[in-house]
Design a protein around this ligand. Structure first.
Ligand SMILES: [Zn+2]
Length: 265
């Protein structure tokens, strides 16, 4: 029996700020039964989604963690494809962090792509609010520091049976992320750099967040080849020995089941 709320996470793009021959930049696909939404849509992601025959004509929403190009560059071609190839008539819901809608408008204006705004339904999702319905999920956000200009939304996506996926954007070491991701069935977070760098995580720092959050399992993404190999994985696992953790591979599909109920106290 297939549950209509069966939840699947797919890593569309696990690369960081530039794609490789086989890895798109940031993009995460969330399927809930026959409903689909995306978190981030960096360059290379649209081609990967098309290769996987993703249902781009009936996306529920695209949630952007922030407006660095490796997280939204393929939004523009996606909107054009939906409009002119697929004949989509309904605007595509697009969610950005608080304060970043105006920034997106400015970017589209600079790109002579303001028509994109006619074909999306653009909203901001403020961190810390009660859950908002976005397609088949209830979404909350936490704002994380990233660069001097942009904060990042991590998104917590919950389906009707309570199963929860947390997808983070780029951030440095954070106490807010583990608190936000606590007890999720799946936590997806970046592990970008081999040595500490402001606004990003090393595998060890990512592992420490996983250890503090105690999700059912964790996937590391936004990593550059040849990072993501056995040495980096060993570092991440050493920091969170009790939670299964792995580097996400392009196209990897992960069925996400509810966590076993725990007895309070
Ligand atoms: Zn990034």
């Amino acid at each position: 029996v297939t549950s209509t709320t069966a939840l699947t996470y797919t890593c569309v793009g696990p690369s960081c700020a530039w794609p490789t021959a086989t890895r798109a930049t940031s993009c995460h696909r969330i399927d809930v039964g026959d409903r689909t939404l995306l978190v981030d849509l960096g360059h290379g992601a649209l081609q990967a989604l098309r290769a996987a025959e993703a249902p781009l004509e009936r996306l529920d929403a695209v949630l952007l963690t922030h407006l660095h190009l490796d997280h939204w560059a393929d939004l523009v071609p996606l909107v054009w494809m939906r409009r002119f190839e697929l004949g989509a008539s309904a605007p595509l819901p697009v969610v950005v962090p608080e304060g970043q809608a105006a920034r997106l408008r400015t970017a589209l204006e600079a790109l002579d792509a303001l028509d994109v705004l006619d074909w999306i339904a653009l909203t901001e999702l403020q961190a810390g609010l009660p859950p908002t319905g976005v397609g088949p999920v209830a979404v909350t956000a936490v704002a994380l520091p990233h660069s001097a200009v942009l904060t990042v939304n991590a998104y917590r996506l919950q389906v009707a049976d309570g199963t929860t996926i947390v997808v983070s954007g780029d951030c440095g070491p954070s106490d807010a992320l583990p608190a936000f991701a606590r007890d999720a069935a799946l936590l997806v977070l970046e592990a970008t750099v081999p040595e500490p760098l402001a606004g990003h995580l090393t595998p060890g720092e990512a592992g420490a967040i996983v250890a503090a959050a105690q999700p059912g399992r964790a996937l590391l993404c936004h990593y550059l080849e040849p990072l993501g190999g056995p040495a980096e994985l060993a570092i991440a696992r050493a920091a969170c020995p009790d939670v299964p953790i792995a580097f996400a591979q392009p196209g990897e599909r992960v069925p996400v089941a509810p966590r076993p109920a725990t007895t309070p106290g």
